[in-house]
Design a protein around this ligand. Structure first.
Ligand SMILES: CCCCCCCC/C=C\CCCCCCCC(=O)OC[C@H](COP(=O)(O)O[C@@H]1[C@H](O)[C@H](OP(=O)(O)O)[C@@H](O)[C@H](O)[C@H]1O)OC(=O)CCCCCCC/C=C\CCCCCCCC
Ligand SMILES: Nc1ccn([C@@H]2O[C@H](COP(=O)(O)O)[C@@H](O)[C@H]2O)c(=O)n1
Ligand SMILES: [Mg+2]
Ligand SMILES: [Mg+2]
Length: 249
């Protein structure tokens, strides 16, 4: 949802900054790398110590690099497969650090086994949600669904809650409850999203196989009519189509 509605706004806002970085000779890859390093530092230095306010401030300063790098690549006309790979791979690293930081806090001084487990669940389910799309697309399916909670939602829900919960350390009473609530929302939302994506891939996969089988059947019938092929051709073609669908990029 955010990807659909907020991206255009942030593109407009960040375009001048992206242009400025390009003029200074900064590359999109450098922004991707520095942004990820900053998010990791914010999450792994501050969150395990329960310093959620400062951790969120540092992460917020760096996380928007994920919108700037692509913007720079597009402005400079250097969007590449390598850049897409680097961007998506480092997204997974940054997400791992954020939810890993929460887990480390609850495993240590935060002392809450259930919330530690929920944080680990958020980490793992978020990675799997992203993987479903990447793997589905790699086997040639459109994966035409985003689902309830994409990466932007996972980040906004958990970071807004963490930033506000961090105000507890400055004397705001009761506000620390927001982080556990957000983690539960992200956990349940990620599970729903995973279900939505798996169902979509299963449906698209069945449709693709049916289409391939129908195509192979038609080709076999055509060949039989012209006498160019035996009766086994349709079955072999369908089997080939199935194995192609399963392994080709
Ligand atoms: C009192 C003060 C308290 C302090 C509060 C601090 C407030 C700050 C809190 C939060 C700010 C969080 C901002 C998070 C912004 C996230 C931006 C971002 O990185 O979005 C990335 C996203 C996806 O980009 P990609 O295409 O590069 O990534 C793809 C994606 O990862 C796919 O994953 P999947 O979705 O499938 O799981 C992968 O499949 C794919 O491989 C990968 O390429 O970009 C967007 O979605 C664009 C939209 C961004 C919208 C950002 C909205 C920010 C909104 C509000 C923040 C301000 C809130 C202020 C609240 C203040 C509260 C007091
Ligand atoms: N170092 C990079 C980073 C990104 N790209 C390209 O941008 C796309 C992602 O755009 P975002 O707005 O989501 O950042 C990505 O698929 C690449 O095409 C790049 O080339 N180099
Ligand atoms: Mg990016
Ligand atoms: Mg990204």
């Amino acid at each position: 949802m955010l990807n659909k509605y907020a991206r255009a706004f942030f593109t407009r806002v960040l375009t001048p900054f992206a242009a400025f970085l390009l003029r200074r000779g900064v590359s999109p890859d450098a922004v991707t790398l520095v942004g990820t390093a900053g998010v990791m530092a914010g999450a792994l230095v501050f969150f395990p110590r329960g310093e959620f306010f400062w951790g969120t401030i540092v992460i917020t300063l760096f996380v928007f690099s994920d919108l700037v790098d692509g913007n720079m690549a597009r402005q400079a006309g250097v969007s590449s497969r390598w850049g897409a790979f680097l961007d998506s791979t480092l997204d997974r690293v940054a997400d791992g650090a954020i939810f890993g930081g929460f887990a480390l806090w609850y495993a240590g001084n935060g002392d809450n086994d259930v919330l530690c487990a929920v944080s680990i669940f958020c980490l793992a389910s978020g990675q799997v949600v992203s993987y479903t799309k990447a793997r589905g697309e790699s086997i040639g399916l459109p994966v035409a669904v985003n689902g309830l909670i994409e990466r932007a939602e996972r980040l906004v829900i958990s970071l807004v809650a963490a930033g506000l919960a961090g105000l507890h350390a400055f004397g705001v009473p009761g506000i620390d409850i927001l982080l556990p609530i957000a983690l539960w929302i992200v956990a349940v939302g990620s599970l729903v999203t995973l279900g939505q994506r798996v169902v979509t891939v299963r449906r698209e996969s069945a449709e693709a196989e049916a289409e391939a089988a129908a195509g192979a059947g038609a080709a076999g019938a055509g060949a039989a009519e012209t006498g160019a092929a035996g009766t086994g051709a349709a079955g072999t073609g369908a089997a080939d189509a199935r194995s192609q669908g399963g392994e080709s990029p």
